[in-house]
Ligand binder design. Sequence first.
Ligand code: GTP
Ligand code: MG
Length: 260
Amino acid sequence: MKVESYVEGDVIAITGPPGVGKSCIVDSILHRLAPAKNIAVLAVDPTSPLSGGALLGDRIRLSVLDDKTKSDSIYVRSVATRSSSGSIPSIIRDLASYLLVSNFDLVIIETVGAGQAEMRCAAIANRIVVVEGPARGDGIQAEKAGLLELADLIVVNKSDLEGSDKVVNDLTISLGLTSDAPPILKTSTVTGEGLDDLSELITRLDVRTSSKRARNRQQLLMAHESILTSNPHFEAILDRMSEEGLTLDAALRELNERPN
Ligand SMILES: Nc1nc2c(ncn2[C@@H]2O[C@H](COP(=O)(O)OP(=O)(O)OP(=O)(O)O)[C@@H](O)[C@H]2O)c(=O)[nH]1
Ligand SMILES: [Mg+2]
């Protein structure tokens, strides 16, 4: 069985903690790169049963869509992860592949760097931008979420607010030991600082060796999971585990021995 893990082409993930300004940054990039480029945005929405569809509406409110000279070359779609399963990243991957063969030059995946499904969605991209913001007194958020190892570029947004210099310093120090540390860029979607540089950099971003490895790890885990769950005996074996006490070891062995 052949499993496609990643997409060939220009696919960039923008990830980071909630509320750090990812959507505003995507909006700024679209304002600068459209209509010269056809760009698709896939917003992966970690919809919780509590917030319902409210977030979904929020995600797609991009000011660039009000500009008729640009909006024709932009496609935006939210994908909810409410029924969270390993399949969301493969839906995103298939969508991204489809968009790239349908004349889009660039696919941007916006995802909150929170859950596993969202991390794996980011790993589909060829390059990952991790967005960070001024510390809220509880250390570097992205570092905690294990996102930094995936980063080909780190953006410290909200540079108009106090504390962003400290985040840049902390990040520089903690990444100083890494041989191929990603570049760090300060931005503000309020003052406009760094946004021209970001939009320019994003289309010619180098892939770091270590981020590629971190991404490949996510891809491998995802591919492995999809091999297991696409096994036609998967559900029946699951039934036997819960109903007949089939052990985990025996279940795994059977899945391996009966690939179809
Ligand atoms: N001061 C300041 N506020 C900003 C900046 N960028 C975004 N914001 C504000 O931060 C809030 C969150 O912005 P979003 O772009 O929705 O953040 P997000 O990371 O996409 O949020 P989620 O998708 O919910 O994780 C909004 O109220 C923005 O107006 C900035 O550079 N400076
Ligand atoms: Mg957002």
